[in-house]
Design a protein around this ligand. Structure first.
Ligand code: ZN
Length: 507
């Protein structure tokens, strides 16, 4: 941070307290990472309790009178600092979080944490058994908790607003509805035109690709893209995620299907995008509330930028295709690059969000967003959710899940988190990924040519300078404005989709 002699002595005390809380949070994260990677099933009940205990301690420490007093004492000092200085930002962000956190009792946080762990266990059993009845009572309870949580923030316009604001600061149900409506109107005709054509043949991706070779290849790629393995590692899990214990230890997890090359490779690049964001945060922010991404939407923009705008581009594969052919000579040796490129960009009406292509993906998100609102508003009962889900897939995507496993049970979010605020970040991320990429290309028109040569540093540095290094110093709207020169807009995404898929499908 800034020069020590200028720092207010109480700011140092505050930073010390915040670092202690950060250390407890990091220990919590490590327990969670272990639970999701290596922990034997028998550890589940105790682990749920341990996580709840640590979360409660961290919450109590953060919402203590001492932190409130320090923030009050530093208010005048903060007012004289320039808005974008590190110290002013730390005080501003901490104040905002503190004001939110004190509204929620720590006993509620502990109950919620314990419930989430139990609900996750129920879901992990219900999904393979294809049995929604197992999770129904847990989800009913989750919905109650979600409403209770929202009601700690009275004065909202819509009950989902406080839940949305917690992950995408500055957004609301109303603003997202407008945005999603615009996007939907533009996407649906494109989906209709593409799906009226014969479906692309992606058989080349569904041969046998041994796990070890897949993992080795994707690790080589992400290192080339800029992921620092001295400050990170990759492990296997059920539902891939990125997690940070410190700025020097930002890990990713992945899953590999031996008969689907898409899954492992693109989810690795996706999580790496999240990882690059966290690895790129200014080292001075270590241990403070500034050392994290600014919102779920901006975070997702980075995973999607690397996964899709880079990783599914023709330029990218002009460099990497000979390498993947070399890794899998029997499977891909005879497959032309163009066939592979079309296979990884196949557009199809599908059931699973995480497997969906770039054109239909946002329709999957909108279904979940609307269902969350219906549940919170009390328009939809949990027991009717599977049917409502299937109805929406029928009307929006023209297909119906054969069972709940590929329907309402597919995503972990409602079963380990809350109902509300869980899904909009994905579409915000897609919108922003194109907006940030377009801005990077305006600043450095040579980026596509560099990608074709396997050079990613210019792009990586631009993202680091304009987004990553700031951590959550700035609000999402400020980051977007500073980095791209305009407010959030769906136009860059629509231009990207029209250009790319217009070319592939001759629209
Ligand atoms: Zn993601």
């Amino acid at each position: 941070m800034q020069t020590l002699e200028k720092t207010h002595p109480k700011l140092q005390v505050l930073k010390n307290r915040l670092t202690e809380i950060n250390d407890i949070d990091s220990a919590t994260s490590l327990l969670y990472w272990d639970q999701a990677t290596y922990m034997p099933a028998g550890g589940a009940a105790a682990r749920g309790r341990q996580l709840a205990t640590l979360r409660q301690i961290a919450h109590e420490k953060f919402t203590s009178l001492e932190i409130g007093q320090l923030l009050d004492d530093l208010a005048t000092y903060a007012a004289d600092l320039p808005y974008d200085s590190d110290e002013a930002s730390l005080l501003r962000v901490t104040r905002r979080r503190y004001d939110r956190a004190i509204k929620v009792p720590s006993s509620f946080m502990a109950k919620l944490s314990q419930h989430r762990a139990e609900s996750y266990e129920a879901w992990a059993k219900a999904r393979p058994e294809n049995n929604f009845a197992i999770v129904q009572p847990f989800l009913e309870k989750t919905l109650e908790f979600s409403r209770e949580r929202a009601n700690f923030f009275p004065g909202y316009e819509h009950i989902a607003d406080p839940l949305i604001e917690a992950s995408d600061y500055g957004m609301s149900t109303a603003s997202i509805r407008v945005l999603f409506h615009q996007l939907r109107d533009r996407l649906v005709p494109i989906v209709q035109k593409i799906t009226a054509q014969p479906i692309a043949d992606d058989a080349c991706l569904h041969q046998h690709f041994p796990e070890t070779q897949q993992l080795a290849f994707s690790l080589k790629v992400i290192e080339r893209l800029g992921y620092d393995l001295k400050r990170g590692r990759q492990d296997k899990t059920l539902h891939p995620f990125m997690i940070k214990f410190s700025l020097g230890d930002v890990r990713i997890t992945t899953r590999v299907y031996e008969h689907d090359l898409n899954q492992g490779f693109f989810s690795t690049v996706h999580e790496m995008g999240h990882g690059l964001y966290e690895q790129g945060i200014a080292p001075d922010f270590e241990g403070t509330p500034l050392a994290g991404g600014t919102s779920s939407g901006v975070h997702e923009s980075q995973s999607r930028l690397w996964e899709n705008l880079v990783g599914r581009s023709r330029n990218f594969w002009q460099y990497f295709y000979p390498q993947i052919q070399h890794a899998f000579p029997n499977q891909l040796g005879q497959v032309p690059l163009e066939t592979f490129y079309r296979a990884i960009n196949k557009v199809d009406r599908s059931l699973i969000r995480t497997d969906a292509d770039e054109v239909t993906y946002n329709l999957h998100v909108m279904i979940r967003f609307d269902l969350e609102l219906d549940l919170l508003e009390g328009q939809l009962a949990v027991r009717d959710l599977p049917e409502a889900w299937n109805d929406r897939y029928r009307s929006d995507l023209g297909i119906v899940p054969a069972n709940d496993q590929e329907g309402v049970l597919q995503d972990v979010h409602w079963y380990s988190g809350q109902v509300g605020g869980m899904f909009q970040g994905y579409t915000l991320g897609n919108i922003l990924s194109a907006q940030f990429f377009a801005a990077a290309l305006r600043a450095h028109p040579e980026i596509p040519e560099q990608i074709r040569r396997g050079e990613f540093n210019t792009l990586h540095q631009w993202l680091k300078t304009n987004i990553y290094q700031h951590g959550c110093k700035f609000t999402p709207a400020e980051v977007v404005e500073k980095a791209t020169g305009s407010a959030l807009s769906i136009e860059p995404l629509m231009q990207y989709i029209q250009q790319k898929y217009g070319e592939i499908y001759g629209l």
